[in-house]
Design a protein around this ligand. Structure first.
Ligand SMILES: Cc1ncc(COP(=O)(O)O)c(C=O)c1O
Length: 233
């Protein structure tokens, strides 16, 4: 990110970062890295309901804000309102309360502790993927600590697999999007996700793969990999 920031500055441009699946789960050093606008979604690492977005701005970005934009998305009005402890228009009050409670929980855990726990969960998830003979979608060096993308083994149908997971185990994984649709599935392990959640998810994945005729692993291998990581962390 620092490298990108330097390149952006050379062109007198702004660096706007989609931190929706990062803030609260991965290291973020907005000032040190030179980020001008960092966008956060309530529904990911903060573990609040979906519906709110927060944006942090550098002074440079704030100074460049103007009001020639649509009425509600006038960011300057929101920032200036915040300085007075207010919002420019009626906010989604229940969501604000839920977001505040989620932030309280994050504060109680500690940001660094949550980031470290997210890293351990990611490590356990990747270990379970390997134990089931599955392959990560990105190269290991680029794999995120907040979500794991896994390639479908040959012969596993995306829609059928996810339907069976839901109907048989009440477990939801996300599919791929655009050119990756049908090729990968994704497991989120951010926010308040626990080792227990991860284990339950992999128990379901394993059973669903086995019921579909995929036996390239010994029974319980994924769950055992997670338990081993959970004990050692
Ligand atoms: C980096 C990033 N930005 C934005 C989004 C969109 O979030 P949602 O699908 O919850 O609207 C996602 C979803 O995974 C994401 O990973």
């Amino acid at each position: 990110m620092e490298g990108i920031a330097k390149a952006v500055r050379k062109h007198d441009a702004f660096l706007i970062v989609d931190g929706i699946t990062a803030v609260g789960g991965l290291e973020n050093h907005m000032d040190a890295w030179g980020i001008d606008a960092l966008v956060v979604g309530s529904q990911k690492c903060v573990a609040a309901p979906p519906g709110l977005s927060a944006v942090a701005l550098s002074q440079r970005a704030y100074d460049a804000l103007h009001s020639e934009t649509s009425f509600y998305t006038n960011l300057k009005a929101h920032v200036d309102g915040l300085l007075k402890g207010d919002t420019p228009y009626t906010p989604a009050v229940p969501l604000f309360l839920a977001f505040r409670e989620a932030l309280r929980q994050l504060k109680a855990e500690g940001l660094e502790a949550r980031i470290a726990r997210t890293r351990r969960l990611a490590d356990a998830c990747r270990a379970a993927v390997g134990a089931l003979g599955l392959r990560l979608f990105p190269e290991r060096a680029f794999a995120s600590d907040t979500v794991t993308a896994i390639r479908y083994p040959t012969g596993v149908d995306d829609a059928k697999f996810r339907k069976a997971l839901w109907e048989g185990h009440r477990t939801v994984v996300a599919g791929g999007q655009a050119q990756l649709k049908g090729k990968i599935f994704r497991i989120g392990h951010m926010g308040i996700c626990s080792f227990g959640d991860l284990e339950a998810g992999f128990r379901a994945i394993e059973a669903t793969l086995a019921a579909d005729g995929h036996h390239r692993f010994s029974k319980g291998a994924g769950v055992e990999a997670i338990q081993a990581r959970s004990r050692s962390s």
